[in-house]
Design a protein around this ligand. Sequence first.
Ligand SMILES: C[S@@+](CC[C@H](N)C(=O)[O-])C[C@H]1O[C@@H](n2cnc3c(N)ncnc32)[C@H](O)[C@@H]1O
Length: 152
Amino acid sequence: MADKRRFEVFARFLRETFPRAGRVYDVAGGMGRLNHELTRLGVSATTFDTRRKHLAVDFAERRLSLDEPCLCDLVAGMHPDGATRIIIEYAARHRLPFAVVPCCSDNGMPYKPWMRHLAEEARGLGFEVAEAVLPMTGRSRTLMGSIKTQGP
Ligand SMILES: C[S@@+](CC[C@H](N)C(=O)[O-])C[C@H]1O[C@@H](n2cnc3c(N)ncnc32)[C@H](O)[C@@H]1O
């Protein structure tokens, strides 16, 4: 059972971890609750999901694709199911940081190998990868990536 506080917890985490991110793409955001919490914290967000029924937040009623114009400085996803990879790939294409809290894989892979696989995929796309655990129940491991900058 997913923790009902997950949106508030993740919003606070994003605000603290990426203090310079003023515009966030909330991918696979369901009803838009993460967007609502980010907005309360002064962060502007757009939610991508195919759901028709959602909160009155900035909501793009479609799947995020690699062709989506980039108007954000952080790509995030809470339990994004089949959208987990696109978050990482989209962030890589636009050289933006990402933060995802994966729940299940898109190919039947068990959770722990899936987490390792995502981290490896992100490294392969040029990210430095870090992990955090959110203070909530349910799937709470968070993968974060930031693009490695070239040395002098
Ligand atoms: C498990 S739900 C999680 C929703 C919300 N983040 C939450 O924690 O309650 C997964 C969501 O992913 C959405 N989804 C799956 N693939 C997507 C994609 N490529 N782009 C946007 N949303 C997607 C589904 O419509 C669904 O709402």
